[in-house]
Write a protein that binds this ligand. Structure first.
Ligand SMILES: Cc1cc2nc3c(=O)[nH]c(=O)nc-3n(C[C@H](O)[C@H](O)[C@H](O)COP(=O)(O)O)c2cc1C
Ligand SMILES: C[S@@+](CC[C@H](N)C(=O)[O-])C[C@H]1O[C@@H](n2cnc3c(N)ncnc32)[C@H](O)[C@@H]1O
Length: 447
């Protein structure tokens, strides 16, 4: 306080109670902002609304005070003066002004909100905040109400990522990809988990043409690790399973990716043949990442854009993008590359819908429709097992009966089986997979 006074600075302290206001007066504050229970941000722990708090402050304080909390217009000013305050402090209302550097959607949300749309969070931590309701607030409230025990630190750990806003720019269920080698990936993995992200896979990018270990003192570093994460354990993330399977000639895509490092024509070089960027990523790597976890029209952020591989692939595949890069030269390179990048045609970029997004067709529907009539015989590919279709769409083999999945699992002695990929229908000349029969039926039904 001494230093502030010496520099001729006026001190207005924010207080949410009369006793704190008096303390502020005692230590030499010039004025206080008295904040009632209504206020946005930190309303304190006493929950006394302005109708009671302001007259009480007026009775006790000698220094001037401004009324704060829910003050938004001339009406509030008049009421504050009537309560004994010397002016008002307007907080939230300013966010919705033209001049505030805040996204229009946020302003709109504030303007449209009714008086019922704020919540108090972090009460158990005695650091209560009044906040505008949104999905992050819902999650915090859920965590708070499920939290057992009285260790505030463990609760703080649980809600820290939500309060800190680390999920703010990534939509719920969005994908976070991190890449690194042994220098940093283990620390990064710890950090993303501490931030509350949920790791879905770690992927080995096996560099098929790695740089040799020139001094011969260690193993050749022939891989980097990618972490594919989403916003939380329960998040509904996007995985284009079927499309990656297509990309891999009908086999499930695995977590080991064999892709050469960026070289040849793709590698940007200076006039003296030096590489323009030391860690330019191969386009194929970004291609696979985007194909796996994004859709046409999604917004991709690369906060370390370098020479722009992510943006180039995003543009090509009709995704939107934002990139951050601190080095002007790299930005120039990225811009030039982007200019030369052609957007792929709509019909090329539109991917086959994954099976789970297609309209559901239960096996029974094929039976009812007479496409696979009761009495038909289904076999596995090698025709080792033969099952008969019953009128209710169940399969029977000797004393085993159940759904196409259950019987498929039982005859193979497996815990589960996708019957659509196991059973075939044989006619005179050929044998057709159940899933393909369903595909044909579905196409006819849709068109
Ligand atoms: C953008 C913004 C940031 C704020 N940050 C703090 C803060 O760090 N600590 C605090 O006690 N109050 C903070 N406040 C609350 C204000 O000090 C003030 O008490 C409150 O905004 C007044 O209530 P009102 O928002 O209903 O007008 C903040 C308010 C806004 C609008
Ligand atoms: C590994 S490279 C990026 C490679 C690029 N994403 C690609 O796919 O080709 C990392 C880049 O991040 C940039 N960078 C590092 N710290 C940064 C920061 N704080 N803000 C913006 N860019 C940063 C570096 O200049 C460097 O170009």
């Amino acid at each position: 306080m001494e230093q502030l006074k010496a520099a001729d600075i006026k001190v207005i302290h924010k207080c949410t109670s009369v006793r704190h206001s008096l303390k502020a007066e005692k230590i030499g504050c010039d004025a206080v902002s008295v904040d009632g229970f209504e206020c946005g941000g930190h309303p304190g722990e006493d929950d006394i609304p302005n109708g009671i708090l302001l007259p009480r402050a007026a009775e006790e304080l000698k220094i001037p005070f401004v009324a704060s909390g829910g003050m938004a217009n001339a009406r509030s000013l008049v009421s504050a003066l009537a309560f004994g305050a010397d002016g008002v402090n307007m907080g939230t209302r300013f966010i919705a002004t033209k001049e505030a550097p805040v996204h229009d959607n946020v302003k709109q949300r504030l303007v449209e909100a009714s008086e019922l749309e704020t919540s108090l969070v972090m009460r158990p931590l005695r650091n209560t905040e009044r906040v505008l309701n949104n999905s992050a607030v819902d999650k915090i409230k859920e965590i708070e109400s499920n939290h057992r025990g009285d260790d505030p630190n463990s609760l703080l750990e649980e809600i820290r990522p939500l309060v800190a806003g680390s999920e703010r720019v990534l939509r719920d269920g969005g994908a976070l990809w991190v890449i690194g080698s042994y220098h940093n990936i283990l620390r990064l993995g710890t950090s993303v988990q501490n931030l509350g992200f949920w790791i879905l896979n770690d992927i080995i990018w096996h560099k098929t043409n790695p740089m040799p270990n020139f001094r011969g003192t260690r193993f050749t570093n022939a891989h980097e690790t990618l972490l594919w994460c989403t916003t939380s354990r329960k998040a509904k993330y996007n995985f284009n399973y079927q499309n990656l399977k297509e990309l891999n000639e009908g086999k499930q895509m695995r977590s080991d990716w064999h892709i050469p490092i960026c070289a040849g024509k793709e590698r940007l070089r200076e006039s003296n043949n030096q590489r323009s960027h030391p860690t330019q990523k191969p386009e194929a790597l970004l291609y696979r990442i985007l194909l796996a976890s994004s859709q046409k029209g999604d917004l991709i952020l690369d906060p370390f854009l370098g020479s722009g591989t992510t943006a180039v692939m995003a543009k090509k595949l009709q995704r939107n993008f934002i990139g951050f890069e601190q080095d002007q030269n790299y930005i120039k390179l990225a811009k030039k590359r982007l200019k030369q990048t052609k957007v792929l045609e709509d019909e090329v970029v539109t991917m086959t819908k994954s099976r789970k997004d297609l309209p559901k067709v239960p096996f029974g529907e094929l039976v009812e429709q007479g496409i696979i009539p009761p009495g038909a015989v289904l076999t596995d590919k090698k025709e080792k097992f033969k099952a008969t279709v019953a009128i209710d769409g169940s399969l029977k083999i000797k004393d085993i009966s159940g759904s196409i999945h259950q019987v498929g699992a039982k005859v193979q002695g497996l815990p589960s089986c996708n019957g659509w990929d196991f059973w075939h229908v044989k006619d005179k000349s050929s044998s057709k997979l159940l899933d393909n029969i369903r595909g044909d039926y579905r196409n006819k039904k849709i068109n």
